[in-house]
Design a protein around this ligand. Structure first.
Ligand code: WT7
Length: 655
């Protein structure tokens, strides 16, 4: 972790409004007060017994487990390890024949095309693609990278991998070819699943073309499956490329699910850290799926007849747990949308809520703020009366955005579940249980049953006094936790455990807990940025900048931004003279473009400032806290006398 942890931040703002569960909601909730208290008590008194009870009740096992938690190789924990099951069978087959004609997936493309896929049809589609994978030699344990638009086939491909024990790794379709290449190489993927393109923001994203660019650098890949989505023409390598529609037509529609060990890796998902390359976060089968089912019920209160819409892309963990797996495992109807919220106008989300009678809606604060800014008239045009529960994820939601969401979308009738969790945790960890919890805007509430969270100081001692900031940690292993960093167990230990001698899982977030035991997440304590709810490592952006021939040195920090949460601010030392005037403007354009090409458009710096040097300590360490203050336009309150080059601050501020 860089500099000192920001555990001394005190929140000056104390939110006083509270929202108890509406009586009508509480009366019908899946988890009522008595059951909530039973779960909390059981988890406290018999932790492993609690999880075993849940795993027996919620999952369909081919072979039941006899071992619950194996901690002999801590912190590499194993759960239910002698049990056998199949995740795809637990998401699809278990609902048949009862839900054969119920919609599993409702889909809306950005251009407006609609699809409805029932559970019976989903089984056929998943089985066909699973057999297609097999027909190209993909077998249990092989890695398959997905680079897809937000269309049902993305979920179908994930489920198909799960059916045969292939390990998928989804790469967000907004990432660049370089990012895709790095992830394919790290995972040593045998196949890639992509599309001729997808619709996003009124444009076509040419996914296959991006793939073509880098695929020759990826010798492990022998097959590229290509879904026809846009109909745009694509380059074709007959030895490697196969059309989705052709190969699935040639194989059987029957693919019995493979019985897999509970600990068999279900997927890898790469995520940014403060140092080094993105890490392949490795999740398990049984423990992961168990957590998604439970949180669908506990937090989203899923019940028959719901239409559940999580707006996240399958390229993020939210799109895994609450698009591809949780909703199907819970047997609900899931809505998927391909495109952007402002197409054709900022009423799109609300129009879709009306059209599909969405009852549970889950999105990110950045989207809420952006839609709020467009004006109250957009949601007012649509009938949102089917909505009964709203959710938020990705970063702390500011109370103003919370209130707008509550009033203009929920019409004061819908509880809001603010869910704190991470790629690594797999599922919601700290979140309201909406029929039971009183809500406080801006707080994610209390830890869920079976989740042992705490706040500790930099010695690892629990911080007991209310409202004192510290490190947010999890003190006991839980079934849906990450298992390791793909092929890098040391990095798993170093990143998540080492600082407190393997005693706690370290989230990397700072938080405080109020007198009622509610958690208030204050943001990251490391150098990871949250831009529009997406995690970006400063180090990756710095490396991309330094790879440009005109850049000698670069430091990237976040500055608070009204819409995106944090905006990327880069400080650049150019080779040769410091760029000024039109030269600086041109270079800024070029560097933004460059970062977009190397990482993806979300990583483009919002501002770039040029200096002759960066503020460094005498030992050569960049003083990020100084840069953060400069980026935010705040006065620099640090003691700069320890700086090697104190004058540089005035130059940085002057631009
Ligand atoms: C980081 C995890 C979890 C899925 C989406 C992002 C921040 C996430 C909240 C929330 C405050 C939140 C944390 C966390 N975060 N949800 N409700 N309140 N902060 O997954 O990319 O793994 O990022 O997002 O900083 O550590 P991710």
């Amino acid at each position: 972790m860089s500099d000192q942890p920001r555990d001394t931040i005190e929140s000056l703002f104390q939110e006083k409004r509270i929202f108890p569960p509406p009586a009508g909601f509480a009366a019908q909730a899946q988890i009522q007060k008595a059951e909530y208290e039973r779960l909390m008590t059981l988890a406290q008194t018999d932790y492993e017994g609690f999880w075993a009870e849940q795993a027996r009740a919620e999952l369909q096992w081919v072979q039941p487990f006899t071992q619950i938690l194996n901690a002999s190789n801590a912190p590499h924990y194993q759960w239910f390890e002698d049990g056998l099951l199949n995740v795809s069978a637990n998401c699809i087959d278990r609902h048949l024949p009862e839900r054969a004609d119920q919609a599993a997936i409702l889909f809306e493309g950005e251009p407006g095309d609609l699809r409805r896929i029932t559970y019976a049809e989903l089984l056929v589609e998943v089985s066909r693609f699973a057999n297609a994978l097999r027909s190209r030699g993909i077998k249990k344990g092989d890695r398959v990278v997905l680079y897809m638009p937000m269309v049902p086939e993305a979920v179908i491909a994930m489920q198909a991998c799960a059916r045969i024990g292939a390990i998928h790794s989804v790469v967000f379709g907004g990432f660049s070819g370089d990012s895709l290449r790095d992830r394919i190489i790290d995972a040593e993927a045998a196949a890639v699943v992509t599309a001729d393109g997808g619709h996003r923001g009124g444009r076509v994203i040419e996914l296959k073309a991006v793939c073509d660019h880098i695929i020759d650098d990826c010798p492990s890949v022998h097959t590229v499956f290509v879904l026809k989505r846009t109909g745009h023409s694509v380059r074709w390598n007959p030895a490697r490329d196969v059309w989705w529609h052709e190969i699935t037509a040639q194989v059987s529609a029957d693919c019995p699910p493979l019985a897999l060990g509970a600990e068999h890796p279900l997927f890898l998902l790469y995520t940014s850290g403060s140092t080094g390359r993105p890490k392949g976060i490795q999740h398990s089968s049984a423990g992961y799926l168990l957590g998604t089912i439970l949180t669908m019920r506990w937090v989203f209160d899923i019940r028959p007849g719901d239409v559940f819409w999580c707006t996240a892309d399958v390229g993020w963990i939210t799109g895994h747990s609450y698009v591809a797996y949780g909703p199907l495992a819970a047997g609900t109807t899931l809505l998927m949308y391909e495109g952007a919220p402002m197409i054709p106008d900022p009423g799109r989300y609300w129009q879709m809520c009306e059209r599909h009678k969405v009852s549970v809606f889950y999105t990110a604060p950045t989207a809420i703020r952006a839609l709020k800014k467009q004006g109250d008239e957009y949601p007012a045009r649509y009938d949102l009366s089917a909505l009964r529960l709203l959710g938020s994820v990705g970063e702390p939601i500011n109370p103003e955005a919370w209130m707008w969401y509550h009033t203009h979308i929920g019409h004061d009738q819908c509880p809001i579940v603010d869910t704190w969790w991470q790629t690594e945790t797999g599922i919601h960890m700290i979140a309201p249980v909406p029929g039971v919890s009183t809500l406080k805007p801006g707080s994610c509430g209390r830890p869920l049953p079976g989740i042992m969270a705490d706040i500790v100081d930099n010695q690892g001692h629990p911080v007991c006094a209310p409202d004192q900031g510290g490190f947010l940690v999890i003190t006991r292993p839980w079934p849906s936790m990450l298992r390791t960093v793909w092929r890098n167990p040391q990095r798993y230990i170093d990143t998540y455990w080492k600082m407190f001698d393997n005693r706690y899982y370290i989230s990397g977030d700072g938080a405080r807990r109020d007198a009622d035991g509610y958690y208030w997440v204050m943001g990251r304590v490391d150098d990871v940025l949250k831009v529009s709810g997406h995690r970006l490592g400063t180090m990756e952006i710095e490396s991309a900048l330094v790879a440009h021939p005109r850049v000698a040195e670069a430091a990237v920090v976040g500055r608070p931004d009204e819409l995106t949460g944090e905006a990327i601010c880069a400080f650049v030392v150019a080779r040769g003279a410091r760029p000024v005037g039109p030269d600086a403007q041109a270079l800024t354009q070029e560097l933004r473009q460059w970062v977009g090409e190397h990482i993806g458009p979300i990583a483009k710096p919002a501002t770039i400032r040029y200096a002759d040097n960066l503020p460094k300590t005498r030992s050569g360490k960049i003083m990020r806290r100084v840069l953060r203050a400069v980026a935010a336009g705040h006065p620099v309150t640090e003691d700069t006398s320890t700086l090697e080059n104190p004058d540089i601050i005035r130059q940085l501020q002057g631009d």
